[in-house]
Design a protein around this ligand. Sequence first.
Ligand SMILES: [Cu+2]
Length: 279
Amino acid sequence: MASKSAPPGTRSVARSIKGARWAALLAGAALSGTAVAATWNLQPPATVIASDIHSLHEYVMLLVTVIFVGVFGFMFWAIFAHRKSKGHKAAQFHENVTIEIVWTVIPALILIAIVVPATKVVIAQKDTSNPDITIKATGYQWKWGYDYLKGEGAGISFLSNLATSRDQIEGRASKDGNYLLEVDHPLVVPVDKKVRIVTTGADVIHSWSVPAFGVKQDSIPGILRDTWFKADKTGTFRGQCSELCGKDHGFMPIVVKVVTEPQYAAWVAEQTKNNAAKK
Ligand SMILES: [Cu+2]
């Protein structure tokens, strides 16, 4: 029956428009499959740990896809091939020891196949020994403070504030590519050097995270936790505070500039001179 206000036929037209819209949407999604995959996938890795996380992610995805297709394929085939109309009767195999052992052992093996490579990566992530440079990252409501503690650049310290303009945030100006992911004073580190980040919170729990480095570590008041990265390419890498820390949680990004060794030495010299001038 047609709805009260709509004339007869209107509803089916509306339905076919809706259907066409869905079809177009699905076709679009299929066509732009690679683009969608690229935006939905993890960020391109810039450290060994991040690329290990990538491989692990792809391996587990493959595994779960095989299980999903296998289990559902078998289930739907079984339902279709053994349907009642064909005269099949349900098999009775209560307390079948063999099948119980099989459906316990197979998932256990699958878990082991995931746990072994995953544990290797987690242990490597936690290995903060022998760093070239140690930097303390303190989470404040709502900015980051960096203190270079050890290695080249020791003694440098600064605050890193959001640099996105209020006009962009409040919609009076158009948003640029790094909207809410830009700071006035980025962390600067040399390429191919092991950087240990010691992190804590000054007020509430924050989290220091840079996806391209495969790094995410909670910054907890009263506790020092650490993490590390060794960037294998130069460039600017961005992250965000990843622990809900209050009103401006979304406004305290992390920007790391990975530079060459000589550029880093020049930056350290400049910072040290500026610090000395302030004193
Ligand atoms: Cu925070």
